[in-house]
Structure formats: C-alpha cells, structure tokens
Design a protein around this ligand. Structure first.
Ligand SMILES: *Cc1c(COP(=O)(O)O)cnc(C)c1O
Length: 463
C-alpha cells in the first residue's frame, strides 16, 4: 500500500509541481545544516537534540505544538550580522518577524538595533529595555497616538511613509518641543522575490513614496522645510526572501541618485541610507542563502561605487534583516495524530497545530521541509503532505515532503526554519491556543512566550 515505500518514479510527476525536486532525500535521517539551527544534532540513538536537550524531553515538559528556539544560534546570527557590517553601518532587526522581551534583551546584548512597526511592538521594545535611540519606527499608517509615543520615547528614527505623515510627525515633534530624526521611505521601482527581481518605473503598492514623477524629491523638499523634522536619510525596502543581489544593486543606484539630486537642489548631503531587509533563508535544501559578510560586502561595494561616481561621500548604511536572523533559529515541534494514505496520490499526515501556528504555506505557498525527530528510521520514503487540524482544506503546513514510511501516530516531527513570521502571524482560528516559544541554550530550556490557555481566550470574551 502507499504507506510503504513510495519510490521516486514516474508517478511523482503527476503529484509534484513542475520544477519541484522529485526524489526523496537520500537519507531521511540526515538533518541538513542549512535548514536546521546550529545546535540541532541527531544522537547515536536516533533521537534529535537541540541545545543539548532531546526533543522528546521538550515535548514532555512543554507539550506540542511548540516553537523551539535555539538561543545560541540566534545570538550567533546577531553577531555575524553586526560583525559583517562593522562600526560604519547599522543592523536593525525587523521585530515583526518575531518579537518578545527575551528577544529584545538578546538584541540589546548583541549590539543590534530594532525596527518596530506598531504601538505594540514599540511597547515590547521599551518594556524590555531597548534604548529608544536604537529603535526605528516604521509603518504606512502610524496613528497620531503611536507617533506621539515614539517621539516622546525618543526613538532614533521614524521612517516617513506618506505626505500626510511628514506633516503629522513634524506637528507632533514641534508640539513636544523637539526635532525628530526621520528618514523618507521611497519606492524605487524594484520588486524582488527570491531568485528574480523586476525593475519598473512605477510601483503599485501601499508603502513609501515613489521616486518616479519627482514624488520623493517633493517629499524631501517638504521635510527639509519643517522645523519638527531632522531629515537624515532615505529608506528603501524591496521585497522578501531575496537571494539575488541585483535588486539591491538597482535600488542602491536609484537611492544614491536621489541623494545626488538632493545635494544639487538643496546643497545638503543626507548622511544615511537604509536598504531594508528581505534577505532569504533556506526553508528547504534547495535554497542557497548568502552569508552576512557576503551581503555586507556586496551592498557596501555597490553604495561606495555609486557614491563615487556621483561625487558624494559614502553615507552610513543600515540594513533590516528579520527573517535572516530569527528564521533559521527555530523549528516547530508537532505530534503526529492521524495518517491517511491516499492510494496513488500521497499520504496526509495530520499534526496537532496547523495554519494557526504557520500561515505562510496557505498565505504565500511557502515551502518547508519536515523530519521525524523522536527517533530515526530505516524505512523507505513516503510522499507526505503535512496538514493541521483546522476546518479548512488549505490548512497545509508542508505541501510536499518525504517521511519514513513507518511513521506512526505519536511520533514527533519537526518543521525547521519557522522562527520568522510564524508565531508573529499566529492566530486563534478554531479557538486554537497559540503555542509557546521555548528557548534552549546549553542544556537548559525555558519558556519565553507561554502557551495560550482557554482562560486567555475566555478573558477577552466578555459575554
Ligand atoms: C518586513 C520588513 C523588513 C524585514 O524583512 P525580512 O524579510 O524579515 O528580512 C525590513 N524592513 C522593512 C521596512 C520591512 O517592512
């Protein structure tokens, strides 16, 4: 039956999308270091450990589903980014990828700055002691209350996203008797996703102010005249899960072009440019992300070259990786509940979570990998689709993957690279209780965001 070995063969052409890998990993017990956090190992007895703790012990102590976050890996990635960009540049971690008070403290200790894009993220950052001058505030529709809170706290920069906001922030800052450091977010006509980018003259999107038609130049003109604002730079963010540096190259060229225009028109050289985030990570073995030092070198070279040819001093560069820092540091641990072989198609493996803890597959068609982690297995591969327990047929966690054909209810499986945009996008659909985030480090595990309880759910429901 199809629960037994499912050899890669002509049949797979019918069920796997075109261009998808068609063969199972040669060794289903192997853990590709590209997609797993750094302290994940498979021990001699076949069980998987992280931070020196067996996953079965974590499941016993904290339950499933759970996000297991490798704290030393998180810290190492922060340091790699900080070291790669050095003292002449700034790395801002994009808090929307995943934010908690523990994360804020790690960022602070490892020397990173922090991007927030809502009052809630700002409150978390300030509560955990991130110095306000190391916080940047983003968003295309910040409320006046949020702006007041950010200016009062003394955030290092507010990234202005519209003509209305230029006036709003200036008004708030002036009312509070201060000058707010700001950047203007421009859309440079580049859209980058994964392995390709598209350069366009116009951009049909809600973020930023278009470079096209002199819109951005007009925004700069207005910002420079307002007493409440200190315009320090230009900001651009071109997409997400990007591997190809060519999009950044076009974006940097266009931003530097604007800096030159500003110098020519106003006689000022803005001291900063921010090239945003969006750098890709490996969700499956097919992905080949770049290391922070390669990215730093590529971006630094592009900006230096463009500035030289425009006769500008090289501005201070900042970048805003979210996914590239936290994404690879966590995996989601699930228990297998039911297994349904569909003859000639695939086997559906249902886990105790789903689209409430990982919406990315349903939302973006994201690809993930999955491994059996409570034991090893010598059984042959079977083609599986890992699905959740929600009332929605699109409730898919991993679209196509291979697991050992002796998989059984009660086994623990884990989906790696779920540190970014999973807990932060989690929902209570079907009144699911959002899973905890458990940080492991050097043989110790602790909850940094606890599991939601039915009491939590009912507390908001005032009857
Ligand atoms: C989302 C976002 C980021 C981070 O994107 P990642 O893909 O997580 O690196 C950085 N900057 C801005 C302005 C963003 O909106």
């Amino acid at each position: 039956m199809s629960r037994s070995a499912h050899p890669a063969g002509p049949r797979h052409a019918d069920v796997l999308p075109e261009g998808h890998w068609t063969a199972p990993a040669t060794d289903l017990n192997a853990l590709d270091e590209k997609v797993w956090s750094r302290t994940v190992t498979r021990d001699a007895d076949g069980a998987v450990s992280v931070g020196g703790i067996e996953v079965a012990r974590l499941a016993e102590e904290f339950g499933t589903p759970a996000y297991i976050l490798d704290e030393s890996d998180f810290r190492a990635r922060c340091r790699a980014w900080a070291d790669a960009f050095g003292a002449d540049a700034d790395v801002f971690y994009a808090g929307k990828a995943f934010l908690s008070r523990a994360v804020v403290r790690w960022l602070k200790e490892e020397g990173l700055n922090l991007d927030v894009c809502s009052g809630g993220e700002l409150a978390t950052a300030l509560d955990a002691g991130m110095p306000a001058e190391r916080i940047a505030f983003h968003g295309n529709n910040k409320t006046t209350a949020e702006i007041e809170r950010a200016v009062t706290a003394g955030v290092g920069r507010i990234v202005l996203d519209s003509f209305q906001e230029i006036v709003r922030v200036a008004h708030v800052a002036q009312g509070l008797g201060t000058r707010q450091r700001v950047q203007i977010r421009v859309t440079v006509g580049v859209e980058a996703h994964t392995h390709e980018f598209i350069a366009t003259a116009h951009e049909d999107q809600k973020f930023g102010i278009a470079l096209a038609d002199g819109q951005a130049a007009e925004a700069v003109r207005r910002a420079l005249t307002l007493d409440g604002l200190e315009l320090v730079g230009i900001h651009s963010h071109i997409g997400s899960q990007i591997f190809d540096m060519a999009g950044f190259e076009v974006s940097a060229r266009r931003v530097v072009g604007l800096l030159a225009e500003i110098r020519d028109e106003h006689g000022v050289e803005l001291p900063e440019i921010d090239l945003g985030g969006g750098l890709g990570i490996a969700y499956t073995s097919e992905d080949d992300p770049r290391e922070p030092h390669e990215i730093a070198k590529a971006l630094g070279d592009i900006v230096t070259r463009e500035c030289e040819s425009a006769g500008l001093a090289t501005p201070r560069i900042s970048v805003e990786p979210g996914r590239a820092i936290v994404g690879p540091t966590a995996f989601t641990l699930y228990e297998v509940g039911t297994i349904k072989p569909l003859e000639g198609l695939r086997t559906y493996v249902s886990v105790d979570g789903g689209m409430s803890d990982n919406i990315r597959t349903a939302l973006y068609d994201a690809e993930y990998s999955v491994s059996l982690v409570s034991r090893s297995s010598d059984a042959g591969p079977m083609l599986v689709r890992v699905v959740g327990k929600h009332c929605e047929s699109g409730d898919i966690v991993v679209k196509d993957a291979f697991l050992p054909s002796d998989l059984a209810p009660g086994d623990l499986i884990a989906v790696p690279a779920t540190g970014a945009y999973c807990r932060s996008m989690a929902s209570n659909y079907n009144h699911a209780l959002r899973p905890p985030v458990v940080a492991v480090r050097d043989g110790r595990a602790r909850v940094i965001v606890r599991r939601e309880t039915e009491e939590d759910l009912l507390r908001l429901d005032v009857g």
